[in-house]
Design a binder for this molecule. Sequence first.
Ligand code: ATP
Ligand code: MG
Ligand code: MG
Ligand code: MG
Length: 468
Amino acid sequence: MTGVNEIRSTFLDYFKKNDHEVVESGPLVPRNDPTLMFANAGMNQFKNVFTGLEKRPYSRATTAQKVVRAGGKHNDLDNVGYTARHHTFFEMLGNFSFGDYFKDRAIELAWNLITKEFGLPADRLLVTVYSEDTEAAGYWKKIAGLSEDRIIRIPTSDNFWTMGDTGPCGPCSEIFYDHGEHIWGGPPGSADEDGDRFIEIWNLVFMQYEQTPEARFDLPRPSIDTGMGLERLATVLQGVHNNYDIDLFRALISASEHETGVDASGAALSSHRVIADHLRSTSFLIADGVLPSNEGRGYVLRRIMRRGMRHAHLLGAAEPLMHRLVPTLVREMGRAYPELIRAEALIAETLKLEETRFRKTLERGLGLLDSATGDLSAGGRLDGETAFKLYDTFGFPLDLTQDALRARDISVDTDGFNAAMERQKAEARAAWSGSGSAATEAVWFALKEKHGATDFLGYETEIAEGVV
Ligand code: ATP
Ligand code: MG
Ligand code: MG
Ligand code: MG
């Protein structure tokens, strides 16, 4: 069986052989793009190269990029545990041409890699193209020999990529693998496309236009940007159907089984998968300098951690769990990402501290949740006051409460939640007015809003920690 580490090397070596510079992954916290929460695609680190603001000594590159899609434009957090193909953290393999080769060569390189180097059977593959891009459809026919019915024309923006309102843009083409008719799902563009039968493995972007506020121009030297999910490719190559069944995830899940003593089957399966996924995203985020907090990136990290920790609790873990899985992750991925080795102690300590603290309120919060929803049936809705109390007193991020109720098909009154939050802020302001100098109050409220809810840890620790 070809393991994930070998597949990554084969990909990078193939493009190296084809005159691409092998470039290291950019960090998960983008260096010079404040508009981006986390790196979410391989092209992020090359953004200024594509727009022409920056020059590099090479015009072709290849990377395995660390990506987190849990917030911002792409948010796959709610898909984890429900689809066969989504993670919050994954590796995006890519090849890039900066005004060098274009559509025909990009299609040829991609097709040869997957069918010759990796040996995927052509009759399991199909592609989408942007409906106006007759050129790409023609190349798929000519170069790959695909028949008409395997080239699906999509008229929506799904197959037209833009960097923003202005800048480079162009049609894209996605390569899908058919996992077989025993799995539910329809081809891309059909009503059942969200199923897991036809899974997108690779997305090729043809940057051929420049959009200005006034018009769209042809770029004199068009570019290529591609992204393929390493875990999805491994799924296909290892002859399994679900991303969580590949070698890497099997190692993480068996560590989780070992530490909890609970088999990954039945209801426990999806908890183990969520834990393995969230272990990766949280560990990689910490290794790149993010720490749990109540705002911004740190709050996204905290939300992911706590979701994982609720699943550890569901599995009946009597002690904090996630930090005990870190050595397995480091063993599996440390060679490719040495930052994991360097940060191993910090990752384990951070996870342990967060889980130790959260466990103090988790059980009681779940008790409140149970009693508040005991009478609700599928289709019901939890009131916003209770959701806010869970957030404010028990440290339950709103999305954790929603996640906890999803299996029972109960939603949360988010307007009510927001109203309760606003009311609490207003009450706090009123209670403080006149009790101190205006300057002190301004500082206090700035801090309070910055740090959000205080985690209730029992009276002793609340005072000892001096949290605002
Ligand atoms: P999907 O439609 O399946 O959500 P996408 O079109 O959003 O995928 P792209 O933005 O095109 O994905 O990303 C490039 C590639 O990265 C995809 O073709 C896929 O192989 C992989 N990928 C995207 N999202 C995820 C994810 N959440 N987990 C694992 N792999 C992913
Ligand atoms: Mg997606
Ligand atoms: Mg897609
Ligand atoms: Mg895509």
